[in-house]
Design a protein. Structure first.
Length: 77
């Protein structure tokens, strides 16, 4: 299985497949079974790292409001 840094790199690469103007959740950058195989503690850490990535790369993606289930939404710009 991948470590959290590997998962962050995968998510960063998958952003290239998201259309400009499209909103997405972090988990949508992974296949369903891949996301489900990630330990919950690693998912939380990955979410923090990805949010930090979004905040430092505001020319590529921006963080939007959270969903009702407390998941961070992002938008490709």
């Amino acid at each position: 299985m991948f470590n959290v840094n590997d998962l962050l790199t995968i998510a960063q690469n998958e952003i290239n497949y998201v259309n400009v103007g499209e909103t997405f959740l972090l988990k949508e950058l992974f296949k369903g079974y891949e996301w489900n195989r990630i330990k919950i503690s690693d998912r939380l850490l990955l979410g923090t790292l990805f949010l930090n990535y979004a905040n430092t790369n505001a020319d590529k993606i921006i963080a939007l409001k959270k969903t009702s289930s407390n998941q961070q939404k992002y938008k490709r710009i």
